[in-house]
Write a protein that binds this ligand. Structure first.
Ligand code: FEO
Ligand code: CA
Ligand code: CA
Length: 709
């Protein structure tokens, strides 16, 4: 998600919101101390930062003889061998600022399932003037495509089709100025056109689209009439599962038993399970809810809006009243206590959000399940460590807000061929603590753990049961002393070494808890972001300790942009300068794909051009720019077909700075869907031209080869 709200209102809302006022150490402080330690080890204050980083006592990122693939690895059995040291077989493309997608020569791009594409029911055609209704939108692809996964259509039968599958796509949020013909209709600070709100709610959530390769045109197509085509929206009925199911904190007028809720919101990144289900993660949901002071801690620590949501830069859904508000479908976004108890109002509605939601795309009528054991916060995504038979299953998560934490879930049960989502209902949630010496520990957020009991006593914070711990996961991590991070975004786990990489997109902070360390921190504040990597003790994903390193500092070389010395240490160059890393994914060939989400001035006029995607060889540290997107969009979400020949990438919110009738991008309907270097069209946007539409792109090679190699 971009900082459009920030840009328009000059206030810091939505992504990046800061609600952590605990005294916990911040990663940047630890990094600074770590540098200082390394500096001393090297015995010279004059040694360049680059040298210091290389002096780490941490095990090198990519150990030469490391190979953890084993017979029990599901990935090893089901896929072709990985490449440890992939050769990037394309020429880096330059930074550009054009209203088109640019890819290397020899590649082609198809714009696919843009916002408004009909996939269901009556297949209502997309109307270019924005006049599709709410009912139409419920049958069309949503907006602001984000995390995404491709399930081969024959996956359940053990197959790996690269020609037909189910594409699950998150729709993170909407731009009311683009989605409605003339923006929001507001009268007396209330939404006056209920159908606009219905449409906006329907444009959120997830699309499940049955897709198939047309082998003649080499384009992908939606399979019309497929029973798998489905929309999950911010109003879809869902089950609450795991330890929080039935708890007092999730009882509402809609579900007095606390077992069900409606909708999923702000679905940013994602995850998947080896049993063929999709995980969608709820990120910046708090500002969709209004609850005036005094707020309970489960609202205030998450940043639920204390003012009406229109004033918070959101959409004012809670203000729709009258007949349209059947079953409190809109007024539930007002969490003000109004009734005699929680079953008479929606004071607990925000507690039904902030979760990982499991969706079974192969069972069209199935209810999505909020898997509460994985904790409640601003979930960026949910990253699977390659599963191993008869061992716990492990997911990593980041909480994308300034100074928030990294989490890990370890299932209680073990993974078997017959595993289901119920494996996610019991386990231990941990928060990460990064030590100065390059080591780290996972802190159990477990009410029965002696360390947690001691922390509750020491901090004078009480939780009645594990459900309260999970609803208040941020607070639980606070008292355990987790490390504040620079906005954790995507993570990914190397398919062979099981090392975890995670982007820290940026941090605008102007002070730290330890100001004395500023002098030794050349990247403070951190507008450009960096990528952290860690390795679990003994390479066991369920271990409770780890060692960590920095893989990459983004930004210009003069601002410290570089790949670290353990990876040959080159400074960033014209081939790979970038900022605000966000999406991150290892493909089966061992290529690390890095996507950026710059916003504001960094995107509008900085040296990095439009948001981009790079390919990295984590073995050598080689990084090359592979793609640049159209104007005012964010590159997010990436997956390939199993054969690696088709890559799906999302272009989220092109024309992010549009106002009604004045669009800042016309992509993709402009006709300039893509270009290659030397052929990039000049920037020429028609403010009254086609309205911009978030879309998936499908990248392939003219010669039919594997992407990136
Ligand atoms: Fe929605 Fe943190 O990106
Ligand atoms: Ca982002
Ligand atoms: Ca993101």
């Amino acid at each position: 998600m971009s900082d459009k709200i920030t840009a328009k209102n000059e206030v810091d809302k939505g992504e990046g919101a800061m609600n952590n006022f605990s005294g916990n150490p911040e990663f940047i402080d630890i990094l600074e101390k770590s540098y200082s330690r390394r500096q001393m080890l090297q015995g010279s204050l004059g040694v360049a930062i680059a040298g210091m980083l290389g002096a780490s006592g941490v095990a090198s990122a990519m150990v030469e003889d490391e190979d953890v693939s084993d017979e029990n690895s599901v990935a090893a059995r089901q896929r072709r061998p990985f490449i440890k040291n992939p050769v990037l077989g394309f020429d880096a493309i330059p930074v550009t600022r054009s209203d088109t997608v640019t890819v290397p020569k020899g590649y082609r791009v198809q714009a696919f399932i843009p916002w408004g594409t009909p996939i269901l029911g009556n297949y209502p055609a997309y109307k270019a003037d924005g006049s599709n209704t709410g009912l139409d939108q419920e049958q069309q692809v949503g907006s602001h495509h984000d995390g995404m996964h491709y399930f081969p259509i024959d996956y359940k039968a053990g197959g790996y089709s690269s020609k037909e599958g189910l594409l699950c796509v998150n729709h993170e949020y909407i731009d009311p100025d683009v989605i409605n013909p003339n923006g929001m209709t507001i009268v007396d600070k209330k939404r006056a056109n209920a159908d606009e709100v219905r449409k906006e709610i329907a444009a959120h959530g997830v699309s499940i689209v049955h897709i198939k390769l047309n082998e003649n045109t080499k384009n992908w197509e939606v399979v019309p009439g497929s029973r798998f085509n489905r929309r999950i929206t911010a109003e879809t009925l869902m089950e609450i599962r795991g330890p929080v199911r039935g708890h007092d904190l999730v009882k509402t007028q809609f579900s007095p038993s606390g077992t069900r809720t409606r909708g999923t919101i702000n679905n940013c990144a994602h995850g998947y399970t080896p049993w063929g289900t999709y995980l969608t993660c709820e990120e910046n949901w708090p500002e969709y809810f209004f609850c005036p002071d005094p707020q309970p801690r489960e609202h205030s620590r998450q940043g639920v809006s204390k003012v009406p949501t229109l004033d918070a830069g959101r959409y004012g859904w809670e203000t729709v009243s009258g007949d349209a508000d059947r079953n409190q479908r809109y007024s539930r976004f007002d969490a003000t206590p109004k009734g005699a108890d929680a079953t008479k109002d929606y004071r607990n509605e925000p507690n039904c959000f902030g979760w990982v939601v499991e969706i079974d795309p192969f069972t069209p009528g199935s209810l999505p399940k909020k898997r509460t054991a994985l904790g409640r916060f601003r979930h960026e995504g949910c990253w699977l460590s390659p599963p191993q038979l008869n061992q716990p299953i492990v997911y990593y998560s980041g909480d994308d807000a300034r100074n928030e934490y990294i989490y890990k879930f370890v299932s209680k049960g073990v993974y078997t061929e017959n595993a289901t989502g119920d494996l996610l209902d019991e386990g231990t949630l941990y928060a990460a603590k990064f030590n100065e010496d390059g080591t780290g520990v996972w802190l159990p957020l477990d009410i029965n753990h002696p360390d947690f009991k001691a922390a509750m006593a020491a901090k004078n914070v009480t939780f009645k049961d594990q459900a309260e711990v999970l609803v208040n996961a941020r607070l639980a991590a606070d008292i355990m002393g987790a490390t504040k991070m620079d906005r954790p975004e995507w993570g990914t786990v190397h398919p062979q070494t099981r090392e975890v990489f995670m982007t820290m997109t940026n941090n605008t902070r102007t002070s730290t808890t330890d100001p004395g360390t500023r002098a030794v921190n050349p990247r403070f504040p951190n507008p450009n972001g960096h990528i952290v990597q860690w390795r679990e003790a003994n390479n066991k994903p369920w271990a409770t300790s780890f060692t960590w390193e920095i893989f990459m500092f983004c930004g210009l070389a003069k601002d410290g942009g570089q790949i670290l010395p353990d990876h040959n240490g080159p400074k960033l160059t014209a081939d790979n300068i970038c900022a605000s890393p966000d999406g991150l994914w290892f493909d089966d060939n061992g290529i690390l794909w890095i996507q950026t989400d710059m916003s504001g001035n960094q995107q509008g006029s900085g040296p990095f051009g439009n948001n981009q995607m790079l390919a990295a060889n984590p073995w050598t540290g080689e990084v090359k720019r592979f793609l640049v997107g159209p104007m005012d969009q964010e590159v997010t979400g990436v997956v390939t077909t199993p054969d690696g020949k088709y890559m799906f990438v999302n272009m989220q919110h092109p024309g992010d700075r549009s106002t009604p009738g004045k669009f800042t991008s016309n992509w993709p309907d402009s006709g300039n869907v893509f270009s290659t270097p030397g052929n990039v069209p000049p920037l020429n946007i028609n403010p009254n031209g086609p309205r911009p539409r978030s879309a998936t792109i499908v990248i392939s090679r003219e010669d039919g080869g594997v992407i990136g190699l």
